[in-house]
Design a protein around this ligand. Structure first.
Ligand SMILES: *Cc1c(COP(=O)(O)O)cnc(C)c1O
Length: 492
């Protein structure tokens, strides 16, 4: 399998190259040259095997430059013991046709662990294959969960370093503490005065600055990305769509070949795009439902065909979805346009220059065949948490609740899987206020109260309270590059 770029479809690279490089030189995103297709029989056979084997069968079709032994070692390293259940991404039945896939059983309690536990293993092997002896410095802009998941994956990995930027006051207290208490000799964590889009733009500017690259090159350091634009982030996420389907088959909830819907709380469009890739690979997915919070830029895009980032930015109780520029949408545009790199380049230029673009009508109409979109404001999100708790005795986090609210309004008789993207313990005050109408000021007190209500507290939260804060740096968007350069000078 080779990979090309959404902005230059004449390029051809191995997966190792894409992992190490992160983003294509002209700014495009790496995409597989084609989608390997799984037959109905191959899909049915996944029902009988554990998650690690499901991962192996799917990933080996994409990472064809990895040997079976290498790939199995990556999978064992990522999913062997780091998740608190052997199912890795367990499915739970809510009612007759609604299921929740819990993606938060990894060390940082958000779905991003599924990809970020395996990415360092991919990179370690890809580095060898590409003959890269330089240290790889992973740069991350985070809206909350990516940062911690990347830190946890990359801390103290030989030959790698990691720098994480998060929007100051743009993440929950638990998220912030998870990051600022991170241990490891190769980690840098910095708050940026601005919102997530400022932070993400700042990181992109560091990547494209020849000056920064030259300075790092002198020290044998090269940059890569662990943001969801990296192919190594996306490809492990395809696995759990197949895994959910395999679980439904195993539990006799569906018959082989029967279509299902997936509802996905969405921000940067990585998670749901993996679902689209799964569909292209033959998984019987009928609809992909894109659920947004009050920052409803994607809902509007699917409804009108106009992507318009020129709008007020809202801070919500689901901060990991507070995004106005959903980077991975570029990959969908590439497929939608019949892999027209010039078309994609033009839309991305318009987005950069004017903050918006419009899809041609035929393309917009084609979207509705597979895609649905909906959004939930803050009150609807809170009501969803309350509703799930009252009806099913089931506690969901603020991001999952956005998907729950959108699903509750749909009229569909197709079995539906809602992706649960974070543990409620990452946002205990917001969750508790939704459930009980009130919550203590302190996040940890709120967490204790959730535990009293019978929601099992993960060890990662219980241990966080007493950890020392190790990272206190704050910078401006304009001084992010400087912050990286002065840090690596001290540390590497
Ligand atoms: C990152 C994140 C999302 C959004 O996922 P995307 O891949 O960016 O669309 C949703 N929920 C949680 C908890 C997240 O951490």
């Amino acid at each position: 399998m080779n990979y090309t770029s959404t902005r230059n479809a004449s390029l051809r690279f191995s997966s190792s190259h894409c992992f190490v490089q992160g983003i294509s030189e002209e700014g495009g995103l790496f995409v597989p040259e084609s989608f390997p297709v799984f037959s109905e029989r191959e899909i049915a056979a996944l029902a009988d095997v554990p998650y690690s084997e499901r991962a192996f069968r799917l990933l080996s079709r994409y990472l064809t430059d990895f040997s079976a032994k290498e790939l199995r070692s990556c999978i064992a390293g990522a999913y062997g013991t780091a998740f608190d259940t052997p199912a890795v991404c367990p499915l739970r039945k809510l009612d007759g046709k609604t299921f929740v896939m819990e993606l938060y059983h990894g060390p940082t309690l958000a779905f991003k662990d599924v990809a970020l536990q395996i990415l360092p293993h991919f990179l370690r092997i890809a580095k060898q294959k590409e003959g890269v002896s330089d240290t790889i410095l992973i740069l991350v802009a985070t809206s909350g969960d990516t940062g911690k998941a990347a830190l946890e994956g990359f801390a103290d990995v030989d030959g790698m370093a990691i720098a994480v930027f998060f929007p100051n006051q743009g993440v929950s207290r638990m998220q912030q503490l998870q990051m600022t208490t991170q241990e490891g000799k190769n980690v840098f964590v910095c708050a940026v005065n601005g919102n997530f889009d400022d932070t993400q733009t700042g990181v992109k500017e560091i990547f494209t600055s020849p000056d920064v690259r030259a300075k790092l090159q002198e020290k044998h350091i090269r940059l890569s990305s662990a943001n969801s634009i990296n192919w190594g982030r996306l490809v492990p996420q395809i696995v759990y769509y197949f895994s959910a389907y395999a679980d439904l088959l195993r539990e006799n909830e569906i018959a082989s070949g029967q279509p299902v819907d997936f509802v996905v709380p969405t921000g940067n469009f990585g998670d749901i795009l993996a679902g689209y890739y799964a569909k292209r690979m033959g998984l019987p997915i009928r609809k992909l439902v894109c659920a947004s919070n009050k920052n409803r830029v994607l809902t509007d895009f699917f409804e009108t065909g106009v992507y318009d980032a020129n709008r007020a930015f809202f801070k919500t109780a689901s901060p990991s979805m507070d995004i106005l520029i959903s980077s991975n949408l570029e990959r969908l545009l590439f497929e939608l346009s019949g892999r027209d790199d010039a078309f994609v380049s033009d839309l991305m230029r318009q987005l950069k220059e004017t903050g918006q673009y419009r899809l041609p009508d035929v393309m917009h109409r084609a979207l509705t065949e597979t895609w649905e979109a909906g959004c939930a404001d803050e009150a609807q999100t809170a009501r969803a948490i309350r509703d799930a708790f009252d009806r099913f005795g089931y506690c969901i986090d603020t991001h999952t609740a956005v998907g729950y609210a959108v699903q509750a309004r749909r009229a569909s008789d197709v079995p539906t899987v809602l992706l649960s993207t974070a543990s409620p313990y990452k946002f205990p005050r917001a969750v508790l206020s939704a459930v009980e109408g009130t919550a203590p000021e302190d996040e940890f007190a709120a967490a204790d109260r959730l535990a009293q209500l019978g929601v099992p507290m993960p060890d990662a939260i219980a241990n966080l309270h007493d950890k020392a804060i190790r990272h206190k740096t704050v910078c401006e968007k304009a001084t992010m590059a400087q912050a990286v350069l002065s840090w690596e000078g001290e540390t590497l």
